[in-house]
Design a protein around this ligand. Sequence first.
Ligand code: GNR
Ligand code: NI
Length: 168
Amino acid sequence: MALLNILHYPDPRLHTRAKPVAQVDDRIRTLIADMGETMYAAHGIGLAATQVNVHERLVVIDLSEEKNQLQVFINPTIIARSDEQAIGEEGCLSVPLVYDNVSRATQVTVQALDGNGKPFTLEADGLLAVCLQHELDHLEGKVFVEYLSALKQNRIRTKLKKLEKRTM
Ligand code: GNR
Ligand code: NI
């Protein structure tokens, strides 16, 4: 097991569009384990491979209290989303110390492969629906701050560049 380095906004590599996972093999299973370990260590509820500079379509999520129910989504696609949207506060491990409101569909249906390469379909609502949309955005190279105003994005870029300098 290994802890992976998480890229921080405004790193341009966060804007890479991820490629499909060609086969679910031991390399992918090792990556899943490492992403899980990295997400738990950072106290996140989700992590997309893009955030650890691997540009393949792989997401892990764990919303459980005990942090023992890792959900794996390989090559996920949203096949349906509700018209209804709701605004909720989001954060991102790639955007430390920034939390802001984003409007998302309240319900999504996702199709993906699990850690064994087996297809499944999941109807999600609540925090899982929000998290799935946030993670699938990462795979498209999109970070949640891109939903905010240009003014806010500039402030966030400045704040994080300063933070990065201080912690180097
Ligand atoms: O840990 C996370 N919390 C969170 C809170 C509200 C909406 C989305 C998220 S995902 C985030 C982890 C992360 O950055 N995933 O990409
Ligand atoms: Ni994120």
